[in-house]
Write a protein that binds this ligand. Structure first.
Ligand SMILES: Nc1nc2c(c(=O)[nH]1)N[C@H]1C(S)=C(S)[C@@H](COP(=O)(O)OP(=O)(O)OC[C@H]3O[C@@H](n4cnc5c(=O)[nH]c(N)nc54)[C@H](O)[C@@H]3O)O[C@H]1N2
Ligand SMILES: Nc1nc2c(c(=O)[nH]1)N[C@H]1C(S)=C(S)[C@@H](COP(=O)(O)OP(=O)(O)OC[C@H]3O[C@@H](n4cnc5c(=O)[nH]c(N)nc54)[C@H](O)[C@@H]3O)O[C@H]1N2
Ligand code: SF4
Ligand SMILES: [Mo]
Length: 852
């Protein structure tokens, strides 16, 4: 038995360089049960982050009673982290789930039947379509549904309604990952692989607190750090995270730049790599475009100038560059500290620049992981229910629109392609302006997760705006809805999804959804039937009525594109150890990494975008793109650093950054119902550096007010380990606990606790990702608190003074144990990734040709 709240990453299973990561099977069953009590196990994968760990669901008496990591899975080799173990079954078993549709009657949300709820939506849809056309409709989705659902919803919006106003919360999450890969490599699609963890000798994490946000991947890294020939770690984060601790421990470097200065730092690193002679000119000449322009762009960023802008030590910059320059095999990861910060796309491309300059892509240990966050964000981007077209197609390429029109058998003009799909902040702005009259929100909680919440609440509250919310819980957002549709959640329906490194899993149905709740797919199909969407021949637009049927349709749409699923099937996927796309006749077992041959997806007929000016966001025309003469070469992308829109000043002296803790997932509907997770991180806090706390007279646990012109929060202070001038606020805590019976606050009646009361309504010019780690504020002490802040002590939010706060420990809400790791491997072979990285695993015409 083991406490996986206290021991976040579990016991070590050391791995040597180029060794195989051992199996360790993590299990959690409800209190009092053993594996002998389990009636059957349903193969699935965890949906509590982008890692997508293979997991089997324990079922007994029609209930989900536990979860076990799948030993044969290539992603996790049997492991699960605290969220996977403790939260997986919580939503299904919660007594706060929505079980019937709700409609607004006399100002109140009241229960009703499906017919009434759906007809209300259809009536409003028809009315708006007649009077105002397709652009009256906005669809705002998620990175947490299934591939089948995204594809179906995308076809409805794009070919049924014909609106360009469709996006997902993936815009808040991984829009920059996609944008950076498009700008550098021509298309979305992760070049690297998790197996690079085993082979690398340097691992650099940029704005990525992997230890808390992909705990199983971090366990994989920790196992390398504990084995022979450990890699050196570089951490770039203003906070002292466990990743930063590992950097110090391995003789690497922790760079803690001022928030918003990532690009200056990266430009400085690129300049020093060039100056130090660390460039692989052979690789550049053969496979890469734009060297001279990049060298010119980074010229101003001497180590001294870089250190000045970022407020870091010159010696640390120099040392980080030496470590990266001397690496034989470099693995880099990038996440929200870059994606949600100033100059997001340019900074993330700069990490790609380092790999291209060093020729470190497409071979073992040499990968860049432009990370995802949500479990199924990848599918939203691939299947096109966000601001992308299905199959990584380019909205600006008429041939790609024709392919979709042929596939769906509709007139090409039905599919909106006058401009890029509308981004989330713009969709809400159009709703604010009255241009969008129906906003359908599925599997996301924007009343907590979008920036500038006072403004978001006003938009959702508008009389003229008809809001549909499709969720498992009565969230902060659902309280503003005109119609609430109760959705099935994980384990209550089947579907396919894909993790960060392209690995595809089938998630099975273990139990029935509660009450009248329905799978998202069924809701979309029902709407399409009632709206009577037809194709060119008068046949129903959607030719499927099951999840497997939707998957088959999506497979056809992906055929011939980089994200080719055509060689997959439910049968092959179910219970498998995960298969990474592209999966075709040529690569039936998938591909461990892309671009081994150095041919990138930049061909004008293949690419997902013609590219943008990284500083202004202005798009290139096809002619301008063709004039670059890329012909399959990757692009080095230079861009000058400019100071952020808001920088600390006398009135607002603190940079505000926001993010996560290991024990909660987003707005907590999935984790809040777990007693163990809730107890570990029950309420919001703010982290101040020791120096700032002293200056403000703030002691541990004192209530502080953090405010700016947009809003304020009042929360207890953790005197933490971050850098001066920065205050960190977790974004998990809205004004109520939808999934547990905890405390409820009303918006606008007092100071809030949600980080997004403070964040600006601002976005990156290229990816249009909101700058959720930006903005400034003042911090004032309000009063003495009731004890230490409710911040966990096990990771980045640990107090500066170790031992000053009672350590975070598990609470007995079920058993958690690791099955003895030395027993399992004898029975189960260590999973092996497909070694395939040859032809068909990249952007050659055979794999990424005309498509459609
Ligand atoms: N436990 C847990 N795990 C999760 C999730 C969760 O909610 N809880 N959510 C999942 C999702 S959807 C996502 S997107 C990922 C996110 O995973 P991460 O990106 O790792 O998580 P964050 O805490 O949002 O941000 C990471 C770090 O960015 C740093 N940062 C802030 N501003 C800057 C800056 O200007 N520059 C630099 N270099 N760093 C900065 C913060 O200090 C923080 O430590 O996590 C996934 N996993
Ligand atoms: N300040 C700040 N803000 C942030 C971030 C940050 O770091 N700082 N991070 C951003 C990021 S990266 C992300 S990903 C977002 C996340 O923000 P949200 O998407 O708003 O957060 P969740 O709590 O995951 O909301 C998902 C909702 O979907 C419901 N749900 C879960 N599964 C299903 C399903 O299968 N079907 C249906 N219909 N509903 C389901 C859940 O009950 C929940 O209400 O927040 C963003 N906002
Ligand atoms: S690392 Fe992510 S996918 Fe794996 S168990 Fe933890 S939350 Fe689930
Ligand atoms: Mo995310």
């Amino acid at each position: 038995m083991s406490d996986r709240i206290a021991s976040v990453w579990g016991p070590r299973t050391p791995t040597a360089r180029d060794g195989r990561w051992p199996v360790r099977v993590d299990v959690r069953l409800d209190l009092g049960l053993t594996e002998a009590d389990v009636e059957h196990w349903v193969p699935s994968a965890c949906v509590l982050c982008s890692n997508g760990c293979g997991a089997d669901i324990a079922v007994r008496d029609g209930r989900m009673v536990g979860v076990r990591g799948r030993a044969t899975d290539v992603v996790n080799h049997g492991r699960l982290g605290p969220k996977g173990l403790h939260a997986s079954c919580r939503a299904a078993n919660s007594d706060r789930r929505l079980t019937r549709p709700l409609v607004r009657r006399g100002g109140e949300l009241v229960e009703t039947g499906w017919d009434t709820a759906m007809e209300r939506i259809v009536e409003r849809s028809r009315y708006l379509l007649e009077r105002h056309g397709p652009s009256s409709h906005g669809f705002y989705g998620s990175g947490q549904m299934m591939a089948e659902e995204y594809y179906t919803w995308g076809v409805i919006a794009k070919a049924g309604i014909g609106t360009n106003h469709m996006d997902g919360n993936t815009r808040l999450c991984t829009a920059t990952a996609a944008a950076a890969m498009k700008e550098s490599f021509g298309s979305d699609g992760q070049p690297g692989s998790y197996t690079d963890v085993e082979s690398c000798d340097v691992i650099a994490l940029y704005g990525h607190n992997m230890a808390e946000t992909q705990t199983v991947l971090w366990a994989r890294v920790l196992d390398r750090l504990e084995g022979p020939n450990p890699p050196t770690v570089i951490a770039v984060d203003p906070r002292s995270t466990p990743v930063a601790d590992a950097a110090r421990r391995t003789g690497g470097v922790h760079l803690a730049p001022l928030p918003g200065t990532n690009l200056a730092l990266l430009n400085g690193m690129v300049r020093a790599l060039v100056a130090g002679g660390y460039v692989d000119h052979g690789y550049l000449d053969a496979h890469v475009h734009g060297y001279d322009d990049l060298v010119a762009a980074v010229e101003p960023y001497t180590p001294e100038e870089t250190a000045r802008i970022c407020d870091v030590d010159v010696a640390d910059v120099v040392r980080a560059v030496e470590v990266i320059g001397r690496a034989e095999r470099l693995l880099s990861t990038v996440l929200q500290g870059f994606y949600q910060s100033h100059q997001a796309t340019a900074s993330s491309c700069a990490v790609n620049n380092i790999h291209l300059l060093r020729g470190m892509l497409g071979r073992p240990g040499c990968g860049v992981l432009q990370m995802n966050g949500q479990p199924t964000a990848q599918n939203a981007r691939e299947a096109g229910s966000n601001g992308d077209l299905p199959g990584f197609r380019n909205w600006d390429n008429p041939a790609h629109i024709d392919q979709l029109a042929a596939l769906w058998n509709v007139d090409r003009d039905v599919i909106p392609h006058d401009g890029p799909p509308t981004d989330a902040l713009e969709i809400f702005r159009l709703a604010e302006a009255g241009d969008i009259g129906l906003l359908w929100i599925a599997a996301t909680n924007p009343a907590v997760s979008l920036p500038q919440l006072p403004r978001i609440r006003e938009i959702l509250d508008r009389e003229e705006l008809f809001v549909v919310v499709q969720d498992g819980f009565l969230t902060e957002t659902a309280r503003y809805a005109d119609v609430v549709l109760p959705a099935a959640m994980w384990g209550e329906r089947e579907g396919v999804f894909t993790n960060v490194n392209r690995t595809v899993h089938h998630a099975g149905k273990a139990v029935d959804p509660p009450g009248e709740a329905r799978p998202d797919l069924d809701i979309f199909l029902d709407y399409a039937r009632r709206m009577d969407f037809r194709d060119r021949d008068g046949q129903p637009l959607l030719g499927w009525d099951t999840a497997e049927g939707a998957f088959e349709a999506w497979k056809e749409c992906s055929r011939g594109r980089l994200c080719d699923y055509s060689g997959l099937s439910y049968e092959r996927l179910s219970g498998s150890g995960g298969i990474p796309w592209p999966v075709t006749e040529a690569t039936p077992d998938g591909c461990d990494r892309l671009y081994a041959d150095g041919v990138f997806a930049t061909g004008a007929d293949v690419c997902e975008t013609y590219g943008h000016d990284l500083s202004t966001g202005a798009g290139l025309s096809r002619e301008e793109y063709l004039a670059l003469g890329l012909e399959g070469r990757a692009r080095l992308r230079g861009c000058a650093y400019t100071p952020a829109a808001e920088v600390p000043d006398d009135e607002h002296p603190f940079a505000v950054i926001t993010g996560r803790t290991v024990y909660q997932f987003h707005t907590r509907t999935k984790t809040g119902g777990s007693g163990a997770l809730h107890a570990a991180a029950p309420d919001a806090w703010a982290e101040l550096s020791v120096d700032d706390a002293r200056r403000l007279g703030v002691a541990e646990g004192d209530i502080v007010r953090i405010g700016n012109d947009r809003g304020s929060v009042e929360v207890p202070a953790r005197v933490g380990r971050g850098r001066p001038g920065v205050v960190f606020v977790p974004f998990h805590y809205g004004y109520e606990d939808a999934a547990s019976s905890g405390d409820r606050r009303s918006p606008g009646t007092g100071p809030g606790r949600a980080a997004n009361e403070l964040t600006p309504y601002d976005k990156d010019p290229v990816s249009k990702q909101p700058l959720l780690k930006a903005g400034t504020a003042r911090v004032t002490r309000v009063r003495t608190g009731d004890g230490p802040a409710p911040a966990p002590t096990t990771a980045a939010s640990a107090p500066a003074r170790r031992g000053s706060v009672r350590p975070t420990r598990g609470r007995d809400d079920g058993t958690t144990w690791e099955r003895a790791s030395d027993v399992v491997p004898r029975r189960v072979p260590t999973p092996e990734h497909t070694p395939n990285t040859g032809p068909g695993c990249g952007a050659r015409p055979s794999a990424a040709g005309s498509g459609g």
